[in-house]
Design a protein. Structure first.
Length: 330
């Protein structure tokens, strides 16, 4: 019988990419979704994926969903909680920020995934955990509000400290900055100026190199590579590393316009995106600018270090395949 991969978040960018690659490689794929009856879940059933229901807040349901898996791909989502009215109400009641509430939720969900995975060690060969670096640690306390990074890393600390057998089967995937983030709003993309040129403003120095990736295309290839080599890897899932100045020049050349890059002053993003989102992103950019996306963690390896073929989509290739009409017509 072919090997089985259980994928958390199969309807998201990362999970969908993993499913595509492993289906093409002949694996049995089990997708985990809160609601397998939704159209986005049924689309996977039509492709031959076994869809099962499990909520990341329910460790018992996750344990059942992981049963018999050869590989588990675990991922959590900080941002989903930012738009939940119940979380905002809880934040107001407790006198805390919405970011802190979402941090707590993501930490617990990461623990639930780890707890459930620990119960499948008889069949399990690889536990691949999607994570991001521990910003507070690697910045020596300078960056404290990059909570969506830190929350993900807490699952790494938990599995290492709590489940030695599972840790021995674990590899980490730090997915680079999403090339698609510009779709989330005007503060993350070039904006047309009065003279017809475009301006991109991010709170990062013009020459700082930022690792980027097309998550929907490439995450699956990173995971497939990780299960082709011994566990214990801490992989930065990157396709291209370039500065925002280089990004602006490449984008301008690709779409046939003029585009400049300016470093956004610290504090401006928080004003443009109030309510916690801007402050979170500002600390994220500060961290990657001053300390590196991966915090310069010496255990991090790149795709080229794995010794196997890892197909990636360069940023130039991504730009050419993307529809930029919403930016150009704004």
């Amino acid at each position: 019988m072919s090997k089985l991969i259980a994928i958390v978040g199969i309807t998201g960018n990362q999970g969908a990419s993993v499913a595509d690659v492993f289906l093409a490689a002949g694996w049995r794929v089990r997708g985990i979704s809160r609601d397998p009856s939704k159209p986005s879940s049924k689309a996977w059933s039509d492709k031959g994926v076994e869809m099962v229901a499990a909520d990341l807040d329910d460790a018992a349901a996750l344990t059942a969903a992981f049963a018999g898996a050869t590989v588990i791909y675990g991922v959590t989502d900080f941002w989903q909680g930012m738009s939940n009215p119940a979380n905002h109400a809880k934040a107001a009641k407790e006198g805390r920020t919405i970011n802190e509430i979402c941090y707590d939720i993501e930490v617990q969900q990461g623990r639930n995934i780890v707890d459930a995975a620990s119960k499948t060690t008889d069949s399990l060969e690889y536990f691949v955990l999607s994570t991001l670096s521990w910003a507070k640690k690697w910045s020596k306390g300078d960056v404290t509000f990059n909570l969506h990074f830190d929350a993900k890393w807490m699952a790494v600390e938990y599995v290492r400290e709590t489940y030695p057998e599972l840790w021995g089967k674990t590899s980490l995937l730090q997915v680079a900055l999403f090339a698609t983030n510009w779709q989330s709003g005007k503060t993350m993309r070039p904006n047309k100026q009065a003279d017809g040129t475009y301006l991109l403003k991010i709170p990062v120095r013009p020459d700082s190199k930022i690792p980027m990736v097309h998550p929907r295309k490439d995450c699956g290839h990173f995971v497939h590579a990780l299960v082709s080599v011994p566990p214990g890897k801490n992989l930065l899932g990157v396709a291209s590393s370039l500065s925002w100045s280089e990004w602006a020049q490449l984008w301008a050349k690709t779409v046939g316009v003029e585009c400049k890059y300016e470093q956004m002053p610290y504090g401006e993003m928080d004003k443009l995106m109030p309510g916690g989102m801007g402050a979170e992103l500002e600390d994220m950019f500060k961290y990657m600018d001053l300390y590196g996306y991966d915090g310069s963690d010496p255990t991090v390896v790149l795709p080229k270090d794995l010794g196997v073929d890892v197909p990636v989509t360069t940023i130039e290739e991504y730009m050419k395949m993307e529809d930029w009409s919403s930016v150009l017509s704004a």
